[in-house]
Each structure stands twice: as C-alpha cells, then as structure tokens.
Design a protein around this ligand. Structure first.
Ligand code: ZN
Length: 174
C-alpha cells in the first residue's frame, strides 16, 4: 500500500474515459488500497483511479475522510454506473484533488442509484443521497474524463484550469 501522486491538468489522462475492469482480482484490490491511502493522505472524500494515473473505472469515497470525530465510511466501487437519478437537484460547493484550491458551486441530481461491482466482484446497487450522492457523481464523472469545472461556464472553466496549470508550473520551477 502506498500514497500515490495525484495528477493535475494538463495531464491528458484526466480527459480520457477509463476502461472497465474485466476481472476484480488482487491487482485491482491493491490499486484500491493505494487509492484509499492517497485519498486519506490528501485528505479528500473521493478519488478515481485515473487521478493516480490508472485509467480504470474504479472509485473510492469516504465522506468522513479528514474528520477524526466521525466513523470512517470507506466505499470502493468498480465499474460504477448511474442507473437512476432524481429530478430534484441540489447545488454544492465542489472541489477536486486534481484541480487543487479551486471551489465552485455545481448543480447535480440530489439522489442517484448506482450499479457497481464490489471488491469481491459481486454486483451491487445502492441509493446515494446527501453528500455521498454529490461525491459519487463527481467520481463517476472522472471515469468519463469529466472534471467538475466542466459543469461551470466556459469562462470559469478556462480561468480555473489556467490557474491550476500556472501554479503547477511555478511549483515545478521553484
Ligand atoms: Zn475530482
């Protein structure tokens, strides 16, 4: 298990749709362990495999990450797919470990039902609400090459991405 490097724009992998996992084996379980380590270290409440440079449809979440007073709620979803979403929508201030220090409001369905494989390779379906619904949709977007800033206006998106790229360049030059 290891904390891995989180990629940021303009890394083209972030724009690439992830491949479905054909078989849930020890390699996938080791990847998930690294993803949890990386997410808790950041800390963040969600991470997609592509964010550590592995374009596979695997996501991990824990909405209590970074909050020592709450019980951990780790969840790993393989090949996650939204099979139903509510008409009721909510707005939430989102951020992303791959788009550091940028936060803005995104509107999404308030509830979603997601089909996925668990770490044993069993098919599961689960209804998500509240912050978990926001988080799971944000992470599933990553498996399609979508970033949360894509839900904003073009002007905002370009401004934010430019800022992230500029900061990364300054950091590597320093
Ligand atoms: Zn993200």
């Amino acid at each position: 298990m290891a904390v891995r490097k989180i990629i940021t724009p303009p890394n083209p992998l972030l724009r690439q749709p992830s491949l479905k996992v054909a078989e849930v084996d020890d390699t996938i379980r080791a990847l998930i362990a690294d993803m949890f380590d990386t997410m808790y270290d950041a800390p963040g409440i969600g991470l997609a495999a592509v964010q550590i440079g592995e374009p596979l449809a695997v996501i991990v979440m824990d909405i209590h990450s970074g909050d020592a007073e709450k019980e951990p709620r780790p969840l790993a979803l393989i090949n996650p797919e939204v099979v139903w979403s509510s008409d009721n929508r909510v707005t939430y201030q989102e951020g992303c470990l791959s788009v550091p220090e940028i936060y803005d409001e995104v509107e999404r369905p308030a509830e979603v039902r997601v089909r996925f494989l668990d770490e044993q390779g069993n098919e599961q379906e689960r209804l998500f609400g509240g912050l978990e619904a926001i988080c799971v949709q944000h992470e599933i977007d990553h498996t399609k090459g979508i970033l949360f800033v894509d839900h904003l206006s073009r002007l905002k998106r370009e401004k934010y991405l430019k800022k992230v790229i500029k900061r990364a360049k300054q950091a590597s030059a320093a």
